[in-house]
Design a protein around this ligand. Structure first.
Ligand code: FES
Ligand code: FES
Length: 159
């Protein structure tokens, strides 16, 4: 059975016919060609599939598309503006916060939500805030430094 899914994805209204049991991750990746969110554990444990729904991080591997109807969905594809990386993405590049990159889109979205909630998080707050997003490569140091730096930069700009 299908339904008409209407939602806003990265600022653009989207309308498409979707199965009732279709996952948000599949809609994004296979129907909308937004492949930043990755499939990995499929049990809401690794964070690779993290996107924001109404600004809150969710595991899209375990979220029905049905639950996104009428909502705002943000993916890593929407972070850059006019071909320019946003400050958080810049900080990831500057601090060596990625290697293979598989975790990076989910990490960026989790960090985006964290920075929305906490103006200039400490390293400890970043470690705590990103604890649900796993990285097999970096040892997390560069990631934590990048998020702290992006938060400090943003707080400085807002001051
Ligand atoms: S693939 Fe969704 S949390 Fe791991
Ligand atoms: S950069 Fe490879 S899993 Fe994080």
């Amino acid at each position: 059975m299908t339904f008409t899914l209407r939602m806003t994805v990265n600022g653009r209204p989207v309308e498409l016919e979707v199965d009732h049991d279709e996952l948000l991750l599949d809609v994004l990746r296979t129907r909308l060609d937004l492949t930043a969110a990755k499939r990995s554990c499929e049990i809401a444990e690794c964070g690779a599939c993290t996107v924001l729904v109404d600004r809150q991080p969710v595991s899209s591997c375990c979220t029905l598309a049905w639950d996104a109807r009428g909502r705002r969905v943000d993916t890593a594809e929407g972070l850059a503006r006019d071909g320019e990386l946003n400050p958080l993405q810049e900080a990831f590049a500057e601090h060596g916060a990625l290697q293979c990159g598989y975790c990076t889109p989910g990490m960026l979205m989790s960090a985006t939500a964290l920075l929305e909630e906490t103006r200039a998080p400490t390293a400890e707050e970043v470690r705590h805030g990103l604890r649900g997003t796993l990285c097999r490569c970096t040892g997390y140091r560069g990631i934590v430094e990048a998020v702290v730096a992006a938060g400090a930069q943003r707080a400085g700009h807002a001051a």
